[in-house]
Design a protein around this ligand. Structure first.
Ligand SMILES: [Zn+2]
Ligand SMILES: [Zn+2]
Length: 113
């Protein structure tokens, strides 16, 4: 069960990872390349078809956020070292990307319902 009301209380840039501490006391570690490849902006995902226009293999190995900003109370925006800065990651979406085992299993079982 993933609460949809989770908000980040802590965002920290680590070596190769973004660490997000959630208000639900959950902690997520996002590899930068995964996060960059998961960008849902109009230039990374086709607006109408939902087709991904960015492929993980196109993401530079040394990708990292050059700046992270809060967008209102619902999202963060990440400026990437490859110059991409239109990406907005709503909290719900970000939480849904959490690669940890319990979130991955929760998402898998939700899909079966
Ligand atoms: Zn994007
Ligand atoms: Zn998780």
């Amino acid at each position: 069960m993933i609460p949809s009301t989770a908000v980040p209380v802590e965002i920290e840039r680590c070596e190769g990872f973004l660490r997000v501490g959630w208000s639900t006391e959950h902690e997520s570690l996002y590899p930068y390349r995964q996060l960059r490849a998961s960008c849902s902006c109009a230039s990374c995902v086709h607006e109408w078809t939902g087709q991904k226009l960015i492929h993980p293999e196109q993401v530079p190995n040394d990708i990292h956020p050059s700046a992270i900003e809060a967008v209102g109370r619902y999202a963060i925006s990440i400026h990437w070292s490859d110059g991409h800065n239109t990406g907005i990651y709503p909290f719900d979406y970000l939480k849904g990307l959490c690669p940890c085992t319990s979130c991955t299993e929760a998402r898998a079982s939700n899909r079966h319902l």
